[in-house]
Write a protein that binds this ligand. Structure first.
Ligand code: RB5
Length: 174
């Protein structure tokens, strides 16, 4: 018999499923640095470059898929490169940056395995993980400043999908 105040039941003893051990920030299940794919068009180039540094600081390994400079390019091409990288399991999650975050998110969401959310602050970054299980973070370099973008990135990477009532809804996305 359990005495009052003797703490929560030990899941191992009650036969309840054990929660997975929390993994260190930036590390995958094998303890290696998790690779995060990142791409942008010309409008997002500068912010993409800055966010690569943020990924390193947070303990992740950025996989830069371009653009490689500020010369004008077409955002669907870079959304496509990132979608391919995720399909090929080069990374499980990604970051896309264009001027508004909108065009590159529309392009990314045409790929069935992508759930890309445009976010503007830490709250939307958290909710697109909790509720949408987004695997791609989209940012608008002409909309959010560097500090807000960094916050969005950190929160996006550190927040797990809530599941529950959202599971069915996400499944219906295809
Ligand atoms: C490029 O000028 C701009 O249109 C693009 O970066 C993006 O904002 C589109 O949605």
């Amino acid at each position: 018999m359990r005495l009052p105040g003797s703490g929560p039941p030990d899941p191992g003893r009650t036969g309840q499923p054990q929660a997975p051990k929390p993994k260190a920030a930036g590390r995958d299940m094998t303890g290696n640095r998790e690779t995060i794919a990142i791409a942008s068009d010309h409008a997002g180039f500068e912010l993409k470059e800055a966010l690569k540094g943020t990924l390193e600081e947070l303990g992740y390994s950025p996989l830069d898929l371009g653009a490689q400079g500020p010369a004008s390019v077409d955002y669907p091409d870079f959304a496509g490169k990132l979608a391919s990288a995720l399909a090929e399991d080069k990374a499980k999650r990604g970051v896309l940056v264009c001027g508004t975050g909108i065009g590159i998110s529309i392009a990314a969401n045409r790929h069935r395995h992508i759930r890309a959310g445009v976010v503007h602050d830490a709250t939307t970054a958290r909710l697109t993980r909790l509720h949408n299980n987004a695997n791609v973070l989209c940012l608008g370099a002409r909309i959010v400043g560097l500090d807000v973008a960094k916050d969005c990135l950190r929160v996006f990477l550190e927040t797990d999908f809530e599941g529950g009532r959202h599971q069915n809804r996400v499944a219906k996305l295809g």
